[in-house]
Design a binder for this molecule. Structure first.
Ligand code: F6R
Length: 241
């Protein structure tokens, strides 16, 4: 596991973006695993900046997002599909047909999970971007006594709904369910890129990266992967020796 701690958000975002840009320049048909939330926004901004400076093209790239809320239409500005268009896809030259998210409006979540896993198996992810929940979740794989390998629907923990309530008008509007890649699907990516910011995540960063591997901290499973890059700001990394 390679852990890099950055002094400024600017440096962290630039470095993370460069990992994607360099990969796409070396492998134009790369498969990128993407995430939402507040953590990746600056990284997506840097990627868009490079695209606008003609330093990279995404015409042949395929993307898979980690997760989506259940019951929220892609046109709804709270959906992760909307977020991805707003922060990345609408600003670069990637064809919409090459951008995949789990369908949170699917009638049958089990079928939709199988469909997503079949696509992931056909196009393995080269690099998967991950944020970290305060409770140690990755994607929406919440702490539990067992974890699912493949894509699945999940009931969100109250703490996760509360953390995400800042993006909604009120707590009542935060969906109760999401559909997410499983930990097994995430671990199949060639490279995992975990990005964490902020003092409020310093404790969980320490536990996830240096504590025992446990399903009660899903991110601790990343310790089993051969190629993990962790990018932290100074605050998130302050409890690491
Ligand atoms: C988002 C996702 C989540 C977030 C995590 C951190 O697609 O899968 O695991 O990465 O909840 O969220 P932020 O970045 O908002 O702190």
């Amino acid at each position: 596991m390679e852990i890099i701690i950055f002094e400024t958000q600017q440096e962290l975002d630039t470095y993370a973006a460069s990992l994607f840009i360099n990969l796409v320049n070396e492998k134009p048909n790369a498969v990128l695993g993407l995430a939402t939330g507040s953590t990746p926004i600056g990284i997506y901004d840097k990627i868009v900046e490079s695209y606008k400076e003609h330093k990279v093209s995404f015409k042949e790239v395929t993307t898979f997002n980690l997760d989506e809320y259940v019951g929220i239409n892609p046109e709804n500005d709270q959906s992760y599909a909307y977020y991805m268009n707003q922060h990345l896809f609408s600003h670069i030259d990637i064809p919409a047909a090459q951008t995949y998210l789990p369908d949170g409006m699917a009638a049958d979540m089990h079928e939709e999970s199988l469909r997503y896993d079949t696509m992931l198996a056909a196009q393995p992810v080269d690099i998967q971007l991950l944020g970290l929940g305060h409770n140690g979740h990755i994607g929406f794989n919440e702490p539990d006594v067992h974890l699912s390998g493949g894509t699945h629907a999940v009931k969100l923990k109250e703490e996760t709904r509360e953390a995400n309530a800042r993006f909604f008008a009120s707590m009542n509007e935060v969906p109760e369910y999401a559909i997410t890649m499983g930990v097994g699907s995430i671990l199949k990516a060639n490279t995992l890129l975990l990005v964490v910011r902020g003092a409020d995540k310093a404790q969980i960063v320490k536990e996830a990266l240096t504590g025992p591997i446990t399903t009660s901290i899903p991110a601790s499973l990343l310790q089993t992967h051969a190629r993990v890059i962790v990018l932290l700001d100074r605050e998130a990394g302050r409890m690491l020796a």
